[in-house]
Design a protein around this ligand. Sequence first.
Ligand SMILES: [Zn+2]
Length: 339
Amino acid sequence: MNSFKCERCGAPLEVSPETIVAICPYCGYPNHISGNLKTEHIYIVPSLDKNAIAKAFWERVERDFDLKRIKDQLQIVDIEGHYSPYWKGSVHVEGEVEYTVREEECRTYTDSSGEEHTECHTVEKHYHDFVNEDIPLIGSARRQVKSFGVDDIIGHYSRSRPKGKRLLDLDEDQWGKIKLEILNTEIDELQAKMMMREDAIDVIRNRYSAKADRIDRFDIRAEMPESVSLVLLPMWTVYYKYGNSIYHVVFAGWDGKDVAATEPMTMLRRAQYIGAIGLGSLIGAFGAAYGGAVASGAVVIFALIFGSVLGGYGGFKVLEGQRVERGGSMSSVMSVFRR
Ligand SMILES: [Zn+2]
């Protein structure tokens, strides 16, 4: 297997079937290795450099009300970037779905004495849909266990659609500019295609589960994925210190967008959450007393639940001591396939 040599200096390279790019241990040249992959279908999205990411970090601090006030106490301790591989493709799904939705139907009528009445009842409506569409999918080509920010990067990719370059088309000069480590794939093309097929069917199933009260028939077939390619996306993580803790922000490498972050909670926010605990207990106690007085079990239960949920939320947030920010919800057309 190990018959690869550095294109620039001829030194032997350590290469596995999943290697996309092997950095020469002698001269540092990034050698493009196809391994098991079809080279013409590998794309790379160019990245901003480390300085640009540091700049994006400080701009983010300026934008954030809480962080801005403590910015003098924030200190960047590390900035780490890499390229990670993702499989993308499109799956054609076709078939039929029959489902039932329960709806409230009301009619108003006037009786013999001239009084108006409204009568309502629940009716079951049956639907029969034909499905015939292409579903774009993208998912990590690595088996990482929910690495922080990965889903957020995918979500941002599907919204911003940055242009990639074919890896084959890069010249030596452009190769030299790619200073980031390129992580190997761990999921091969065949496995990725199987996952995409399953996930395409799940996309349809979830769509109907959301709107139907009952699915009576689900007969959807997925074809083999088309236009399958491997895309290398740059991701940066800025680690920073505040007090005795380290927090981090994940940036998309192509445009410097912050996609996910853990952040310190300032004293004011902490006070607000502690306030929530107090208020929660108060509502709980008050509600129990009030409910007891009027002998309404429902009020007691509602107040206890509401009070403890509110209190629990505040307590959880304070214990955590940080908040987690996400760059927004997933685009509806692209899906992340499961690992
Ligand atoms: Zn070399």
